[in-house]
Design a protein around this ligand. Sequence first.
Ligand code: AMP
Ligand code: MG
Length: 413
Amino acid sequence: MKETYPMLSVEEARRRILEHFQPLEPERIPILEALDRVLAEDVTAEMDIPPLANTAMDGYAVRIADTAGATPERPVRLKVVADLAAGYVLEAPLQPGQAVRIMTGAPIPPGAEAVVPFENVETQGDEVLIFKPYALWKNIRHAGEDVKAGQTVLKKGAVLRPQEIGMLAALGRATALVHRRPRVAVLSTGDEVIDITDPWQPGKIRDANSYTVSALILKYGGVPIRLGIAPDTIEALTAKIREALTRGADLILTSGGVSMGDFDVVKKVLAAEGEMHFWRARMKPGKPLAFGEIQGVPLLGLPGNPVSSTISFELFARPAILTMLGKRKLEKPTIDAILVDPIKRKDSRRHYMRVWLEEKEGRTRAHLTGDQGSGILLSMVQADGLAIIPEEVDHTPPDFPVQVMLIDWPEVA
Ligand code: AMP
Ligand code: MG
C-alpha cells in the first residue's frame, strides 16, 4: 500500500479532495433559517426602499419659498395645519404659508420641500417661527434612495449574514433559495473506543473524536449523522458505512483505523466497498488520512489521534463542507505572529503547532500550548490558533516569524 499511495502535500491532498465536491441543490426556506447559507438566486427589488419620500427628522414640513429671507431677527411665521405621525399619509397639498408637524419616517406631504427640525423653531399657538432659509430637500429621504425598484440587491453566491437577512425582510421576502446543508456521517472506529455513558473498563478510552467532529460539522453549517462507534472489524465497519449511505450522507467522516497497524480496517473497507483515491498527507499532526468514495459518496478517513483528527478536519473536511454549502472562501484566516518558543524537528512535514496568542508591543506573540503530542486534547483546548511551520524549516530560534491559522478570533489581552 505504501508504494501505490505516495504521501501528498497538504495542498495536493486538499485539491484532490475538493474536486469531488460541488454546491448541493437549493431549497427554499424561511429567511431566519437561512442565516449563514448561500443564496442560489439573484434577489431583485420589486419596489423602492424607502417606498415614499419621508422625513429624516422630527420637525415641520415646509415649502422652501416660504423660508426665503428668514433671519433670527425677522423669522417667518407659518400656520401649522396638520400633525403627521410615521405610518400615515397626508393627501392635501401644503399651501403657501402652511407647515405640517411631522415625525421621523412619515411621508412628506405633497408640496413640502424641506423639514425644519424641532430644535430650530419656536411655536406660538398654532404658528411656527422659522429663523433661516432652507434648501430644497433638506432633511428629506428620497423614495428609492436606498434601493430602487428593479435593482438586483443580492447576488447568487452571497452568504446571508444578519444584514442580508434584514435586507430580504425589507424587500418583502419571507423565504430565500439557498443551497441545502450537507449531511455528514460521523463514525469513530476502534475496539478501545467507548461512548460517554459506557462504563469504563481497563484498556478502553472515551470517544472524543465523534463529538469534536460533530461539533465542527455543526459549527461550519453541516448536519451530523451520528453513527456511533465501530469496532475494528471489516464487518462492523462495512455495516456502519452502509448505514451512512442509506441515511443519505453527502460525506462520510471516520476517525481512526487509517494508519499502519494490524487493525486499521478503514482503508481495507474503503478499497473493498468503493475506491481509495489517496492516503497520507505530509503534515503533523495527522499524517494518516485516507480519501476515497463508496457508491459516489466521498469518505474521508481522519486519523484516530484526537488532535490529528481535529486539525485534519479543519484542513480537509471544512472546505469540503463549505463547498457543498456553496461557499467560495475556503481558507481559515491567518495572521502574522512571532513564535516565542524555539522548536526543533526532524521530519520534513508541515507542522501545525497549537499556540495561544497575546498582543505585546504591537505584535502578536504565539506561545506553544505545552506538550504538542497528537493525543494531547488539552493542547487544542488551550489553543487560539495553529502556527504553521513550513516543511523545509527544521528548527526555529526564539521569536521566529510564523503564520498562525486562527481557530477562532482570539480574545487578546
Ligand atoms: P488509530 O489511528 O486508530 O491507530 O488511533 C490512534 C490513536 O487515537 C489511538 O491511541 C486511539 O486509541 C486514539 N483514538 C482513536 N479513536 C479515538 C476516538 N474516537 N477518541 C479518542 N481517541 C481515539
Ligand atoms: Mg484504531
